[in-house]
Design a protein around this ligand. Structure first.
Ligand code: 8Y7
Length: 376
């Protein structure tokens, strides 16, 4: 080793932090076996085969929440410095590094496949034109089966649009939309996820065969949601959304968008654990586009690997979203496939475990090329 850990030549040598500072660790970058073999002092990433040699240490003081000090250091230097600090600092760094390196338990029982591809099945009257409940149900089931055949590991079935400005759907209507589609897709070859914020829909959907609950409000919109999700035994996706979808795009503000969301998701994981949902059943998601400006979305994508320090799989949804339109001028969501794939691949580089997409076949192909290049 060239530099003694914590010694003069480390960027951290004279750094002292207060007991109230929050410390966070972001892999920078994640390296795969085709990039480089892991050196002895490297950190396995998520159980391997990827690893981490250098990280960004972020330190945010309670008194200055909009600013985080940033240090780019080796894992070895970080460990050495933290050991010298002891106490709260050592505890926070050890926990973050342990979470980064711990093997991920197979989400939704989907053994060891990474990344997982979640295909989107919207069961809303306007997404399957020709009118009539039966026609809508049948079309959604056909679409879901086609996505499963194209290689989706998970189908995410939703009956309430969460587009900015959209109105809530009554519970009875949402149940009528999603339950028959879940029943019709049982045995399709993919795990089934229900995209809902309502406890009653979570309960009915999991009884009908869904094994995943995807809640864009992280189980806090419905006061019964935590209890319903815990009782169902389902896996859970906790997504961040700033307020309700109806109002979320009205001047969204954060102190430090990445760290605010990290704190938020850590708090929701703790709430789940307190309600009886084990951490092993939870995935987290920054919620691209949900109460975020273009600049917020870009910061979240650049900093995505930070969320790996929570020790849960990270889900990323960029497919056809309007921020791609903001960057490219493409106003038709159906014309945003290329941008969606570019965003998805950047997400994979930053460790995304699950990709939520409309275009399953195209994403499967892009992921196959990415995996081959990484030696996976
Ligand atoms: C996401 C999502 C939507 C996402 C998760 C859209 C339901 C908007 N986006 N769930 N749902 N993550 N977990 O454009 O990014 O697909 S709806």
């Amino acid at each position: 080793m060239l530099h003694a850990p914590g010694g003069k030549s480390s960027a951290l040598s004279n750094l002292v932090v207060s007991g109230r500072a929050a410390l966070h660790v972001r892999p920078d970058p994640i390296l795969w076996s085709a990039d480089r073999e892991m050196p002895e002092d490297g950190l396995p990433f998520a159980g391997g085969p990827a690893h981490v040699e250098r990280v960004e240490l972020l330190i945010r003081e309670e008194s200055h929440p909009a600013h985080a000090r940033s240090f780019h250091v080796s894992v070895a230097d970080l460990r050495g410095w933290a050991a010298g600090q002891g106490g709260h600092t050592l505890h926070a760094i050890t926990e973050a590094l342990d979470n980064l390196s711990a093997p991920r338990r197979p989400f939704a029982g989907l053994a060891d496949k990474r990344p997982l591809i979640m295909g989107i099945v919207n069961v809303t009257p306007d997404s399957f034109s020709d009118g009539g409940r039966h026609a809508t149900t049948a079309a959604a089931i056909r679409h879901g089966q086609a996505l499963a055949d194209a290689g989706a590991d998970i189908l995410d079935i939703g009956g309430e649009s969460t587009r900015p400005g959209s109105d809530p759907v009554p519970e009875a209507e949402e149940l009528r939309r999603v339950v028959p589609v879940i029943e019709g897709l049982k045995g399709c070859g993919a795990a089934l996820s229900v995209d809902t914020m309502k406890a009653a829909v979570m309960t009915a959907a999991t009884r009908a065969g869904a094994t995943i609950i995807n809640d864009v409000r992280a189980l806090e919109a419905d006061p019964q949601a935590l209890e319903a999700a815990a009782a169902s035994g389902a896996w859970v996706v906790l997504m961040h959304c700033l307020g309700a979808p109806k109002t979320m795009q009205q001047a969204p503000h954060y102190e430090h968008v990445t760290l605010d969301l990290l704190d938020y998701l850590a708090g929701r994981i703790a709430a789940c654990e307190a309600a009886g949902i084990p951490r092993a059943k939870i995935a987290v998601d920054p919620g691209i586009g949900f109460g975020k400006t273009l600049e917020h979305n870009l910061k979240l994508l650049r900093g995505l690997a930070l969320f790996q320090s929570l020790g849960c799989p990270v889900l990323l949804g960029v497919s056809r979203k309007s921020f791609i339109g903001r960057m490219t001028g493409e106003t038709d969501p159906n014309g945003r496939l290329a941008g969606s794939l570019a965003g998805a691949l950047a997400g994979l580089d930053a460790g995304a475990d699950i990709l939520r997409v409309h275009d399953v076949a195209e994403t499967v192909q892009a992921v196959a090329v990415w995996k081959a290049l990484k030696g996976l």
